[in-house]
Design a protein around this ligand. Structure first.
Ligand code: AMP
Ligand code: ZN
Length: 114
């Protein structure tokens, strides 16, 4: 998927500040942070949206979520609180079509979101 920005970050063709990586998951700082901690956690495998998930993806989605919680802990926002968000498609504001879990923390986050 050469035209996918996040595949290009994963393959190191595009620079990003990578905060974690293993065989299946990569996490990097959002280029336009909306909170003091704003990390994107992505599967290495290209999956365009949550609408494209199959049963085979249950494991990787679990790993992405658990990794976000571990990164929150490493950034010391676990106890104070953090938000995790997958945006899906246009009305939810998805702009990069490779699933990514936003991890936001380090400030008070309001609810409901805009
Ligand atoms: P979404 O709108 O949910 O699809 O989120 C896409 C996110 O990717 C936005 O928060 C952008 O700020 C972020 N983003 C776009 N380009 C880059 C990049 N080159 N490196 C890191 N984050 C990026
Ligand atoms: Zn991709």
């Amino acid at each position: 998927m050469p035209q996918c920005l996040f595949c290009s970050i994963i393959s190191r063709e595009v620079n990003a500040t990578i905060v974690y990586e293993d065989d299946r998951v990569v996490a990097f700082n959002d280029i336009n942070p909306q909170a003091p901690t704003h990390v994107l956690v992505v599967p290495r495998r290209h999956i365009a949206t949550l609408n494209d998930l199959t049963e085979e993806d249950d494991q990787i989605v679990g790993e992405v979520v658990r990794r976000a919680a571990l990164i929150a802990k490493s950034k010391s926002v676990s106890a104070s609180g953090f938000r995790t968000v997958f945006n899906t498609n246009r009305e939810a504001g998805q702009t990069v079509f490779h699933i990514h879990l936003h991890l936001l923390g380090g400030r008070t986050l309001h609810w409901p979101p805009g």
